[in-house]
Ligand binder design. Structure first.
Ligand SMILES: [Zn+2]
Length: 496
């Protein structure tokens, strides 16, 4: 089956678009002009290679779609009112963030009990680092004022020593282990929904990341193998898995491949656990190592010896600096986030450095907090233009469900460093060029994952592309771009 897509303006991978056509046969691009069974008029629209999201959590994203959406709540009352519509034995919600509320007070246990009509609840904060439960949830998890805090976790208590329902980091497992994981058929339905959502934005491929201390890697691999989603999936493994068992690096086919080994050097900026060289402003703390540099070094050596590149979460400047000195060993080694970069480390980087896998939308979400916690050092936050000038390979993603997977919002964050006209750019000297931003969402991303024939519109390459209503290099606000059509392996998976 051969399809010709004609009357298009096609991106040349660098400076611009020129009139042309594309032909896909058996899922891959061929030289246009041969016999076609079907012809589709693209009406002069703009065509890019299909986009990649180089850092998201696909299984968590799918699960979040089955939960009450608590993002963009303006206060606790709005949060409570949304819970009343919830179905199920547990009321599960996702995405609240009190730091965006005028009044950051969280609801009390009794208020949550009433809103959930006596059912237990578990409401995960947008950063996945804490959650909120109610009296019934505490009861089912067996959490009382006598429960000891697990290492690396926090059970928040009031002045009388009673749990408030807020559980942070590794204390979240106390609840998570008593909530049933949705059954496979429900998970599969949610994954199909997540995949359709990605197609709406022109995304054709993802790198599925692991979460610290969660063993969902083998389940993810199994589900993706059974489902054969119309999405290119690079499925990472966790550092604590037995890497000698299970799939090897890039094992699989053009739909599903086994990915990098994921490590965590430090925590996050919002919870002040990102590891810094100097203390956060107004606190005497420098953050944490989740894995000490010596242990990282050993872990990397083990993964490399088995043929895996590594993918390392590093956010604070000390963690980023340490990982930059240890990598790359494998040419596809990646640093995830690379949020705060010290000038002395920046000047050591270049085209042969580890890939910088970054999620530009975090820059707008973290802006206020970074200024407050870092002062002048916030200039080191997401130094995109500096990295580009030094020739460091960039790969962009979203971190969904932690942030929106809309790559057009992400492109805007990278290139304009502001949400809209009412806001000033944040460190405008670090704005990235549009061309470099698009590259980081297309070939920059797929190349960093080791996918050989994905991310360019060339004969012999995977027949994936997206069709846009306007020129993303020239429109004032990239977030205004609408995707008209997303084609994966020659088949239209979304059209407006
Ligand atoms: Zn992540």
């Amino acid at each position: 089956m051969s399809t010709l897509f004609w009357n298009a303006r096609i991106w040349d991978g660098a400076r611009g678009f020129s009139p042309g056509q594309l032909q896909v046969d058996e899922g891959v691009f061929v030289q246009p002009g041969g016999q076609a069974h079907q012809e589709i008029d693209l009406e002069g629209a703009y065509v890019l290679p299909g986009l990649w999201d180089s850092h998201l959590h696909l299984l968590l994203l799918a699960r979040s779609l089955g939960q009450v959406d608590l993002s963009n709540c303006r206060d606790q009352f709005e949060l409570l009112s949304r819970l009343e519509r919830a179905e199920g034995e547990w009321v599960e919600g996702f995405g609240w963030n009190e730091s965006h509320w005028d009044n950051p007070d969280l609801p009390q246990l009794e208020q949550l009990d009433r809103a959930c009509d006596g059912r237990p609840c578990w409401l995960t904060r947008s950063d996945l680092h804490s959650g909120l439960t109610n009296s019934e949830g505490l009861r089912r998890a067996g959490i009382t004022s006598d429960t000891p805090e697990p290492a690396g976790g926090r059970i928040a208590c009031n002045a009388f020593g009673q749990p408030t329902g807020v559980l942070a980091d590794l204390a979240m497992h106390l609840i998570q282990r008593v909530i049933a994981v949705p059954d496979r058929s429900r998970l599969k339905r949610l994954l199909v929904q997540a995949c359709a959502g990605l197609h709406r934005y022109g995304i054709v491929g993802v790198c599925d990341q692991r979460i610290k201390d969660q063993d969902d890697g083998p389940l993810a691999w199994e589900l993706y193998q059974e489902m054969r989603l119309p999405l290119r999936i690079h499925c990472n493994r966790a550092a604590h898995e037995d890497l000698r068992q299970g799939p090897r690096f890039l094992e699989g086919d053009d739909w599903l491949r086994c990915g990098h080994v994921k490590f965590f050097a430090d925590g996050s900026l919002g919870s002040r656990t990102a590891r810094m060289r100097e203390c956060y402003q107004a606190t005497g703390e420098r953050g944490l190592w989740l894995t000490e540099p010596d242990q990282l070094k050993q872990g990397f050596a083990h993964a490399h010896a088995l043929g895996f590149p590594v993918s390392v979460h590093a956010i604070g400047d000390e963690a980023v600096g340490a990982v930059c000195r240890l990598l790359p060993v494998h040419p596809l080694d990646r640093i995830e986030h690379l949020q705060i970069l010290d000038q002395n480390d920046l000047v050591q980087l270049g085209p042969a450095s580890a890939v910088a896998s970054m999620q530009p939308l975090h820059l707008l979400d973290d802006r206020t907090q970074a200024d407050a916690l870092l002062g002048e050092r916030a200039h080191g936050y997401y130094r995109l233009a500096s990295l580009q000038h030094r020739g460091v390979r960039l790969a962009f993603g979203s971190d969904a469900p932690v942030a929106s997977f809309d790559p057009w919002l992400g492109l805007q964050a990278a290139c304009l460093r502001r949400r809209g006209a009412c806001e000033e750019a944040w460190y405008a000297d670090e704005c990235l060029s549009r061309e470099a931003g698009l590259w980081a969402y297309t070939r920059g991303a797929s190349e960093s994952l080791g996918w050989k024939r994905s991310g360019l519109l060339l004969p012999g390459w995977l027949g994936d592309f997206c069709v846009l209503d306007r020129n993303p290099l020239e429109c004032p606000w990239p977030s205004e771009v609408s995707v008209l059509r997303t084609v994966v392996g020659g088949k239209t998976q979304f059209s407006l």
